[in-house]
Design a protein around this ligand. Structure first.
Ligand SMILES: [Zn+2]
Length: 212
């Protein structure tokens, strides 16, 4: 039987969101991202939810214990009874330990492995139209005329943080934060590493095998 209490890891550009969404539909378990959860916290009306909202309203980072409490509340909801896919949480070893201390045991932590060069190729090729918002990719989805929007004829732009130096910086930050977590889950024995190179269909096949 496929494992259903999962967490996804992977650098920007690894296709983590796409894969998690697909898996969520397939397993019929919710994909739980910290961002969505915090945005919904206020609506939940719970004591913790309101506490989180107060931090966000003040422009402050929501402290670990509040985030962890919210995750625990979210995992008790009926749609998560048969499993869940955590996305963006835990972020640190401390959060991972706290999650475990609350009795939440992950069955598999899937790390989508993609080389730095491949991430730069994927993110660095993204182009968008500042006029109509259409998006292109210099390699995977090139516009008919180089540098020009198919839809409206405006010159295409590359986002500042998609420039190679910026991408390298984002990867350094990601690795520094995530590596201890990877090691933690390796020791726990639930880490599954899959090759993120290839078409989304191929990566998804590997993902299904990894959680089987
Ligand atoms: Zn356009």
């Amino acid at each position: 039987m496929a494992k259903t209490r999962l967490m996804m890891l992977g650098p920007p550009g690894a296709g983590k969101g796409t894969q998690a969404q697909r898996l969520s539909d397939h397993l019929n378990v919710p994909q739980i991202s910290t961002g969505d959860m915090l945005r919904n916290a206020r609506r939940s009306g719970s004591e913790l939810g309101l506490k989180a909202a107060a931090f966000m309203d003040a422009g402050d980072l929501v402290p670990d214990d509040v985030v962890i409490g919210l995750v625990a509340e979210r995992l008790k909801e009926s749609d998560a009874e048969n499993g869940f896919i955590l996305d963006g949480f835990p972020r640190t070893v401390e959060q991972a330990e706290a999650l475990e201390a609350m009795g939440v045991k992950l069955e598999a932590v899937v790390n989508i492995v993609v080389s730095e060069d491949e991430v730069i190729r994927r993110l660095g090729g993204r182009l968008s139209c500042p006029n109509c918002g259409a998006s292109f990719h210099s390699e995977f989805q090139p516009p008919k005329v180089e540098g020009i929007c198919d839809e409206c004829g405006s010159p295409l732009m590359r986002r500042e943080d998609d420039r190679p130096e910026a991408i390298r910086g984002r990867l350094v930050a990601y690795n520094a934060k995530t590596q201890p977590l990877v090691e933690y889950y390796r020791q726990v024995g639930v880490l599954r590493e899959i090759d993120g190179v290839g078409s989304p269909d191929h990566v998804y096949e590997r993902l299904l095998k990894a959680i089987d």
